[in-house]
Design a protein around this ligand. Structure first.
Ligand code: PMT
Length: 333
């Protein structure tokens, strides 16, 4: 049986810092609408006869506003490919998905479409009717089919964030609403979340003026929210976090540290420039190296395949954090 012992060992200061962050954050705009959408989705999945598992996939980068009436912000590289591709594979594996993604980032089933899908993919015939351009016909057809299937099944909920505040507040809402799913809930935290921010209470109200000379600003550390997810929001859920570094030497050390420190079930370690070709999944049982064999392949299929298998084991028995001696040997795939 899963106990909360892993979580109880967590640093109380980290929990307090996370709570302080929320107390000081600006109110989430459209919060009641987000809650209503989530409740309706969760209600629907709970009524599903198959007892479908549910995963929250987070995707894309968070912005860090520098002004309350925001003109300027800090952003990061994440395009949201990983989250969008993973969502497609979770849906194929029978999961319901809450896709919490950055506004404007890559969306499921749209990865092969051009950047301006409507303008580039479609054309009008002489009679004025609308058609897909021949070179995009297959891509548009398969995107439409896949999308219509999930719409008909009601298994995909899109939620969008832009700022760090919105992301963390929405993650908190999803976490609390999925508590009732117990072990059936899965968090796949692929979003690139800022580690630094300007607290709301010290943030400039208006556009920062350049007349004052060079700008010096101090950014504070964003508290890690995974302890709160593991301890308060959804203690029984299966949680997988991601670790990104640009220094390979540091990557493995930090990913292993994150597994122990945050009490998550697995950490997916990836390096910025090789992230589409290779990841290492770190679990209490050991390490699994996953690689992409060809450009036509999505490494996310292997990541999701591996982790859904681990989630199934977790649902069946155990706490999902077994040691190497309890599980099949670590492997390269
Ligand atoms: O979007 P793509 O371009 O396809 O790229 C995918 C990806 C590289 C962004 C993805 O695979 C990935 O690695 N995502 C996590 C990047 C990241 O934020 O790494 P991190 O080491 O800063 O954070 C580690 C974990 O802590 C993350 O799971 C994050 O959700 C979590 N976190 C981060 C900050 C914070 N304040 N609280 C958190 O809980």
């Amino acid at each position: 049986m899963e106990t909360s012992s892993d979580c109880e060992a967590m640093d109380p200061d980290a929990l307090q810092a996370a709570e302080r962050f929320f107390d000081a954050a600006p109110p989430l705009s459209g919060e009641s609408d987000v809650i209503a959408q989530l409740k309706a989705f969760v209600y629907k999945q709970n009524r599903s006869e198959k007892g479908r598992p549910i995963v929250c996939v987070t995707s894309g980068g968070t912005t860090v506003p520098l002004e309350r009436r925001c003109v300027r912000f800090i952003d990061n590289f994440s395009a949201g490919n990983r989250g969008a591709a993973s969502t497609e594979f979770f849906l194929k594996s029978g999961y319901a998905v809450i896709f919490l993604s950055r506004t404007g980032s890559v969306q499921p089933f749209c990865r092969d479409l051009p950047e301006r899908p409507l303008l580039d993919c479609l054309e009008t015939a002489p009679d004025g009717s609308l058609h897909a351009r021949p070179q995009y016909e297959q891509t548009v057809l398969s995107a439409l089919k896949a999308h219509s299937t999930v719409v008909a099944d009601g298994t995909l909920l899109h939620l969008h964030f832009t700022t760090l505040f919105e992301y963390l507040q929405m993650l908190g809402l999803v976490g609390s609403l999925l508590e009732g799913f117990g072990k059936r809930a899965f968090f796949y935290l692929a979003a690139a979340v800022s580690d630094f921010y300007v607290p709301w209470e010290t943030m400039h109200e208006h556009k920062i003026q350049s007349a004052g000379g060079p700008l010096a600003m101090e950014l504070c550390n964003v508290p890690k929210m995974i302890p709160l997810l593991r301890r308060r929001w959804a203690p029984e859920a299966f949680v997988v976090s991601f670790k990104l570094e640009t220094d390979m030497g540091m990557l493995m050390q930090k990913a292993k540290g994150a597994l122990l420190k945050n009490g998550v079930h697995a950490v997916v370690a990836n390096e910025l420039h090789t992230r589409k070709d290779k990841v290492v999944i770190i679990e209490a049982a050991g390490e699994t190296v996953l690689t992409r064999d060809s450009r036509d392949e999505d490494i996310e299929e292997k990541i999701v395949g591996h982790l859904t298998q681990r989630h199934r084991l977790y649902l069946k028995h155990g706490n999902g954090r077994e040691r190497a001696s309890d599980q099949a040997a670590p492997q390269s795939i």
